[in-house]
Ligand binder design. Structure first.
Ligand code: F6P
Length: 545
């Protein structure tokens, strides 16, 4: 039986506490407690996380930690780290943290030495990546590989594509990567444009190897290749990443060039498995190992830090605080790093596929809202698009700001005396300051603003944000950031009592798409589909295609 956290004493205390402090203003909280900015922050690995600009007091934190206690977060965390079957609706172990265990340490999952299995695959990935990078692995015509094209979707795409962009500075063997995911043919056609089949290697990445989009794109890519180089070329230009050897072989890829993983790795938790092969090829096995080590650093922090200084726990509890007590609907993720442009999209799958659930693990309905909606764009672009609503809109949208002390690229400012990266970071600091403290009508009037304009210029402030800073966007830091969010999604799921590792909600749409597909092109009039909207839409499509 799942715990109904909303019936707990800790929840009731938080409700009362919320009533008592909801009207407090960050301006006053900072004025009353000069040590707040120094104290309400935590370090985890290389990350400095400032959570002082949240609408909390030290008592709020104490009560949130009590909530985590009551929800059994620490015990469930330990079960996850031991690879237990906490994905109950699929009766599967959850073991993604085993993917980044250092050599020599291990955990037993489903009776097997997961550490040994992981390092066996990592070793094969390393050999393969080295061979491609050094030119020992060549295409069917004897030419070196210049481009890897990863074909996958969801967790078999979003992680690699995000990490490839984030680590573009570490691409060092003259091999580029492209990523194809959408069943919209525009994706594959655009990504193949300009590529030479003789120098292109496809990595077909699919946990199940049954995903419509991926198999459709992979088949089309194989046609593109064989039209140029003949059927025998497939072996040198297609490799697979999957848990399903049978289907890989059925597709026509030699299982000797298949890199496996396990059903205890959820798709959205798989970038550090063989699903990251495209990244390993472009940045090299050593950088990939640093990426894994970064994730492990955060795993250790999550496993050992007490709740009050445990970064993933704090971020999760703050998410719960705003979602369930302030009624916030979403969280903005705002990386002040263009290289992290795909990070918000990556986190969307992580959090929304994991925690977008209406029933608890035992099937009983939840009694509070779950599943934060993550969205965002890199700063400063977002500032010129949607920050207006963050600052003066009627919704409360907590935001995570992410920035780095040292740039991956830098250029001088207009007058040549400063650094563009410093301007970028000054914007990050300014935004969090303005969100928190705003500007009052009195302050605006005192500047001589005409009275009729004053209300338009008032900046309400009191809008919460977390600031996450790191020295530089290195492979290790990226690994830490990803694991930070993985674990905070997990903690929120435990508080809500849901199974964060299944995704039944995506199945029906897939099934119905397969059923509807023949109706779009059949010679006969399509049979009614049970609702007049779908019938009319299909008719329109048939008339206009
Ligand atoms: O549709 C959801 C999903 O199952 C994701 O969870 C997964 O990451 C994605 O599809 C791709 O699945 P696969 O790796 O099996 O192709």
């Amino acid at each position: 039986m799942s715990v109904d956290i909303t019936a707990s004493a800790a929840w009731r205390k938080l409700q009362d506490h919320h009533e008592a402090i909801a009207a407090l203003r960050l301006r006053d909280l900072f004025a009353d407690d000069p040590a707040r900015g120094r104290d309400l922050r935590v370090t985890a690995g290389d990350l400095l996380i400032d959570y002082s600009k949240h609408r909390i007091t030290r008592e709020t934190l104490r009560l949130l930690v009590e909530l985590a206690d009551e929800a059994g977060v620490a015990a469930q965390r330990d079960r996850m780290l031991q690879g237990s079957h906490i994905n109950t609706s699929e009766d599967r172990a959850v073991g993604h943290t085993a993917l980044r265990l250092p050599p020599g340490s291990s955990v037993t999952i489903d009776g097997e030495d997961a550490g040994a299995a992981v390092h066996e695959v990592l070793g094969r990935m390393r050999d393969f990546a080295d061979a491609v990078r050094s030119g020992q692995w060549r295409g069917a015509t004897g030419q070196r590989i210049h481009t890897v094209v990863n074909i996958g979707i969801g967790g078999s795409d979003l992680g690699p594509v995000m990490v490839h962009q984030a680590l573009r500075h570490y691409v060092d063997a003259g091999i580029d990567a492209r990523f194809v995911s959408n069943v919209d043919p525009a994706d594959l056609v655009a990504k193949l444009a300009g590529l030479d089949p003789a120098t292109t290697l496809f990595i077909v990445a699919s946990k199940t190897f049954s995903t419509l989009e991926t198999l459709t794109n992979a088949t089309a890519a194989r046609r593109w290749l064989t039209a140029a180089l003949g059927a025998d070329a497939v072996a040198k230009h297609f490799v697979a990443v999957s848990t399903n050897a049978e289907r890989v072989a059925e597709f026509g890829i030699d299982t000797a060039t298949m890199f496996g993983f396990w059903d205890w790795v959820g798709g959205r938790y798989s970038v550090d498995s063989a699903i990251g092969l495209s990244v390993m090829v472009t940045v090299g096995p050593d950088r990939f190992a640093e990426f894994l080590a970064g994730m492990h650093t955060m795993d250790r922090h999550f496993a050992t830090a007490p709740p009050e200084t445990n970064a993933p726990m704090l971020l999760a509890l703050l998410g719960v605080w705003y979602s369930n007590f302030f009624g916030a609907q979403s969280r903005a993720v705002l990386p002040y790093s263009n290289d992290l442009a795909r990070f918000p999209a990556y986190l969307q799958q992580l959090t929304m596929e994991s925690n977008g659930k209406s029933v608890r693990a035992d099937g009983t309905p939840v009694t509070t809202s779950t599943g934060e909606i993550f969205w965002g764009e890199p700063g400063t672009n977002g500032q010129h698009a949607f920050y207006q609503l963050l600052h003066q809109g009627t919704r409360l949208i907590p935001a995570d700001f992410i920035g780095f002390a040292r740039p991956t690229d830098d250029l001088p400012t207009r007058d040549g005396t400063g650094s563009m990266h410093d301007i970028l970071m000054s914007n990050l600091f300014a935004q969090t300051k303005v969100l928190a403290f705003g500007k009052t009508a009195e302050e605006i009037a005192a500047e001589g603003t005409p009275p009729e304009l004053v209300p338009h210029k008032v900046m309400p402030g009191n809008r919460p944000s977390t600031t996450i800073l790191a020295p530089q966007l290195t492979p290790a830091v990226l690994g830490q950031l990803i694991a930070l969010y993985e674990h905070q999604v997990f903690v929120a799921g435990v508080v809500w009592g849901i199974d964060s590792f299944d995704q039944w909600g995506v199945e029906l749409g897939k099934q119905q798409a397969l059923e509807l597909a023949p109706l779009l092109t059949s010679a006969e009039d399509p049979a009614p589909q049970g609702d007049s909207s779908t019938d009319h839409l299909i008719r329109w499509y048939r008339d206009n295609r």
